[in-house]
Every structure is written in structure tokens, then in C-alpha cells.
Unconditional design. Structure first.
Length: 481
């Protein structure tokens, strides 16, 4: 090949077949610069940046293929402008026409279900909590550990819609399918726990008999029953419980019933409490045992449940005395909960055992001490513990000793109030009564609607029996009158 600049000519010397091939290449190269044009194509559905990248890859593959065949071809340029979602094509009319035809075929609506924005309506799980878990999986710290391959192929965004309890996920179809498998495994109905509790105060000078089946998780067993005494009472017949214990276990017996696991219903002075699963026989005087509360609540596995039975008591937080302009004192009050508070967080395992984090608080007003209107005095007893117990068994927590101070004065009318000599005609006494707070808690696992229906039916029967007994007692009292 020789060039002749004065005539802008190339001189070819070769076989005819080679000359023909070179002539075709020269024709592709020797085009007028005026034939290169700019064309703008407005996209309706596709992203200009992504489509430009795909088209450039296709043109490069075509050019490389022609070069392998010994053919030369120029390559058009495609520039995306994201702000207005258009493509700018730089090329010859023939190249531009072919690219426009290809764009027309690719710029079409996305098939249903194949887009990048997906909405999933949850049936059981909480959308906000699940969104945090999925975000950690798709783009959190765990997914970006050094040296690890990313779980998702592209960037993923997950937003929880609280109003509809749904997840709005922005991800490629392949990444969405990965997340969908995780969502379906987490969006399942969770087990529930129905918790029954009995709170009572027992005088420490009262001897009681507790017929219980003490249970533990050790290997000791007597007559097929495993047992361990965690605590005891000051009952004279406590030996009946110690005989249930295996010989190799040394029970710890204290002054108060501290911790134990028992078996079926509670009975006090002829009154049954089937809300707990242990048979407890108590010999008592009515003034020595006081039932504080029998709270019951239903909660989901791993969710905290709280029940408060009591009242709000006002107390003065600030008192502004009267001034020269006004003689009225201004008092500011706040309120404090007084009563029974029970908080439980249950955790269910596969063997139908329940691990419970229990927080119990009992407060009450102490009359006759301080100003009951401005600064009431309260007695507070609380316990916080974590226990593990079998389904429908009962845990017993005790040892919360409290003092009740009672002041009394009896005097002869008129003479008892005489100055100086009144003490000769009056009697004053102060009584200090110690009580032991016992807490019985029994969890019942509910795994499906049928179990919930059966459990509700049992409770309804119990309430009906109480109503019948109440009517009978009312009728007998009316008849005696």
C-alpha cells in the first residue's frame, strides 16, 4: 500500500481477493464527517444509564466480531442523560437508525412482578422489627465483613409501613427472591403463653400445710417423680416434702418458702383456685391469710406482658404558701401507683418448657403514719427472678417478709382525756405483724387456635360455677334472715 498525497490517493498492489477486502475496509473508514449526526431518544420505561451500558456492550461485541472476520467498522457513541432520562446517539445515519430500532424493542414496560419495587404484606411478624433484621442481612455490618462475598448482588432498600404492617422492598428480582425466602420463614404465627398468678400474704406465725409435688430438672426421682426442695416454710409438717427428695440431694430449708415448683389446683379454706396447677392444702385462720390478687394475662412468646391492679394515690410535690395578695396556698400533686404490678417475659423452647423473667411488685398504703393526704407512706415488696418451668406447672416465689405496725388506744370516756391523769384510765398497745408474701405463677402454652378455644372453655366453666356458688350463698343468707 502506497499513498499519493497530492491526489489524496492510496495505491494498492496485491492479489485481487485481498484488494477487494481492503477496499471494503476503506469504504467503511472513508466517510464524510458531515454524515456523523447527534440524535436524542426519549425513554419511557427504561433507565437511560442502564440501557446505555447494555447498548454499548452490544455494539462492542458486534465490532469485535467483525474484526475477527477481517472487517472494519466504526462504532457509534451512546451517552445517557439521567436528569431527563434520554439517550444521545453519536453516529452515522445508518448506525443511528439501527440503534433506534433496538431501543424501541428494549424500552418496554416491566412485566408484572419483575420490577425492582416490591410490597409484601406480613401476616404475623411486626413490619418494623422484621425490616431491621432484613436490613442487617442485606446491607448491614454482617454483610460487609472484610473478605466476605456480599449476600446481595445490588443495593437493597427495605422500608416498613406500620399502617398496613407491610414491607416495601427495593431490590432486583434475584435479590428479592432471596429476601422472600427469609421473610416466609420469619413471618410465622408465634406461640402464646397464658399466665396465671396468685398473690397472698401469710402470717409468719401461722403453721400451714402445703401438699405439693416438688419438681426439679435434676436426675433424682422417687416413685417416678423427680424432685428438689429449693426452699421451705416454717410448717411443722415440712418433713412430708423432704421425703419426696432423693437421698443424694440436700434440701435447703429456710424460714420462708423461697422457691419451688408445684402441681394442680389451689384450695384455701374450701375455696378452690384452678387457675394454678398445684394442689395446696392450707390450714389457716381467715385473718392470717390474705389474697391480694389473682392476675391473669395472655402474651406472645418473647414479648413482655404487664398487668397492674391498684389505684393512683396523689401526693404533694410542692406547696407554695400564701402571699400578701392571696392567702390561699398552692399545692402541686403527682400520682403514684399503689397495688400489684406483675411483669413477665416468657421464652418457649421446643420441649414445652417456659423460661420466664418475672418482675413482681406489691405496694400498699400504711395508715396512721405521716400526713396521708400530703405525704402518704407506702410499703413496697418486690421480687425479680428468671425461672424455667414445664408447661402448666406452677412456680412459687416467697420469702418477701413485711412488717405491719398497728397502733391502738382504749380509754374511759372523759377520764381518759384528763390532763396529767389520763394515762391512768387508758390503755395503749402497738402490734407488729410480720407477713410472708407468696407468689404462685403458672404458664400455659397455647400453640394453635384449638388449644386457645379449649382453654377458654375451661375458664368459662369455672366462672359459671363461681356465679352459681355466689347465688347459692346469697340465697342462703336471705333465707336465714
Amino acid at each position: 500500500i502506497a499513498s499519493y498525497p497530492p491526489a489524496n490517493t492510496l495505491i494498492l498492489t496485491d492479489y485481487q481477493s485481498n484488494i477487494n477486502r481492503l477496499v471494503r475496509i476503506i469504504k467503511d473508514i472513508d466517510v464524510s464527517i458531515h454524515d456523523v449526526r447527534f440524535s436524542v431518544v426519549k425513554l419511557k420505561y427504561a433507565s437511560s444509564e442502564k440501557l446505555a451500558s447494555k447498548l454499548t456492550q452490544l455494539l462492542q461485541a458486534k465490532v469485535q466480531g467483525r474484526r475477527k472476520l477481517g472487517k472494519y467498522q466504526t462504532m457509534a457513541k451512546i451517552v445517557p442523560i439521567d436528569r431527563i432520562n434520554v439517550l444521545v446517539i453519536v453516529g452515522t445515519p445508518n448506525e443511528t437508525r439501527k440503534i433506534k430500532e433496538l431501543i424501541k424493542r428494549l424500552d418496554v414496560p416491566t412485566p408484572t412482578g419483575k420490577g425492582n419495587v416490591h410490597v409484601y404484606y406480613l401476616e404475623h411478624a411486626d413490619a418494623e422489627e422484621l425490616a431491621k433484621v432484613l436490613t442487617d442481612i442485606s446491607g448491614g455490618k454482617s454483610a460487609k465483613a472484610k473478605g466476605e462475598k456480599p449476600i446481595m448482588a445490588s443495593s437493597v432498600k427495605i422500608v416498613a409501613d406500620k399502617a398496613t404492617n407491610s414491607l416495601v422492598i427495593t431490590a432486583d428480582p434475584s435479590d428479592y427472591q432471596t429476601l422472600l425466602q427469609v421473610i416466609k420463614k420469619l413471618d410465622i404465627p408465634r406461640h402464646q403463653v397464658f399466665v396465671e398468678a396468685l398473690l397472698m400474704e401469710v402470717s409468719t406465725d401461722l403453721e400451714i400445710s402445703l401438699g405439693v409435688e416438688w419438681q426439679s430438672f435434676n436426675s433424682a426421682s422417687v416413685s417416678g417423680k423427680e424432685g428438689l426442695v429449693f426452699g421451705g416454710s416454717n410448717a411443722s409438717n415440712i418433713g412430708r416434702m423432704t421425703r419426696l427428695v432423693h437421698q443424694g440431694i440436700a434440701p435447703a430449708l429456710g424460714e420462708g418458702l423461697t422457691l419451688g415448683i408445684v402441681g394442680e389446683t389451689i384450695s384455701f379454706a374450701g375455696m378452690n383456685f384452678p387457675s394454678l396447677s398445684a394442689l395446696i392444702r392450707a390450714m389457716r385462720k381467715r385473718n392470717d391469710i390474705r389474697i391480694l390478687s389473682t392476675p391473669q394475662l395472655l402474651t406472645t412468646d418473647n414479648e413482655e406482658a404487664t398487668i397492674i391492679v391498684g389505684r393512683n394515690v396523689p401526693y404533694a410535690t410542692r406547696i407554695d404558701e400564701g402571699t400578701e395578695t392571696t392567702s390561699r396556698a398552692i399545692r402541686t400533686f403527682d400520682y403514684k401507683d399503689v397495688g400489684v404490678t406483675l411483669k413477665i417475659v416468657p421464652h418457649i423452647n421446643e420441649n414445652r418448657y417456659v423460661r420466664m423473667k418475672i418482675t413482681q411488685e406489691v405496694t400498699r398504703l400504711i395508715p396512721g403514719i405521716g400526713d396521708e393526704e400530703l405525704a402518704p407512706t407506702t410499703l413496697k415488696r418486690s421480687a425479680e427472678t428468671t425461672v424455667e418451668i414445664k408447661d402448666s406447672y406452677t412456680i412459687v416465689i416467697g420469702g418477701l417478709i413485711g412488717d405491719t405496725l398497728t397502733y391502738g388506744r382504749t380509754s374511759t370516756p372523759c377520764l381518759g382525756d384528763a390532763p396529767g391523769l389520763g394515762w391512768l384510765f387508758s390503755v395503749e398497745d402497738t402490734t407488729n405483724r410480720k407477713t410472708n408474701l407468696l407468689i404462685f405463677i403458672s404458664p400455659h402454652i397455647i400453640t394453635n387456635p384449638q388449644e386457645a378455644k379449649e382453654f377458654t372453655g375451661e375458664k368459662k366453666k369455672y366462672i359459671d360455677k363461681l356465679e352459681e356458688k355466689s347465688f347459692e350463698e346469697m340465697g342462703s343468707k336471705w333465707y336465714m334472715k
